[in-house]
Design a protein around this ligand. Sequence first.
Ligand code: AMP
Ligand code: ZN
Length: 107
Amino acid sequence: MCIFCQIINKEIPSAPVYEDANVLVIPDISPQAPLHWLIIPKIHTESLSSVLPDQALACLLVIQRLVKEKAVKDYRIVVNTGAEAGQSVPHLHFHLLSGRSLAWPPG
Ligand code: AMP
Ligand code: ZN
């Protein structure tokens, strides 16, 4: 079972920022910005290419809700897909990064 499924199943402890029936949000263990959260659909799937539409939409709505609630003004959403793009955990997740100036284009 992948590490995010183990976190979702509470086999590995985490400190969720947000959780509902479809989505878990946790702080990234290796933050790349002052705010770096991972928005994770609970049903295991590897990427946006395979995710169920409802699960993808649930993640986007949680992002919208959290940035509104926490008054996160400027932020970046990143979905690394595949090894060449930097994906290291084979379970779809959205990075939410904020709190510093972010370079563009990415390296
Ligand atoms: P990616 O490289 O896009 O697949 O992103 C995976 C992210 O998961 C990385 O930013 C890691 O720092 C993060 N990560 C890995 N293990 C954990 C964990 N146990 N708890 C929180 N974040 C994790
Ligand atoms: Zn998984």
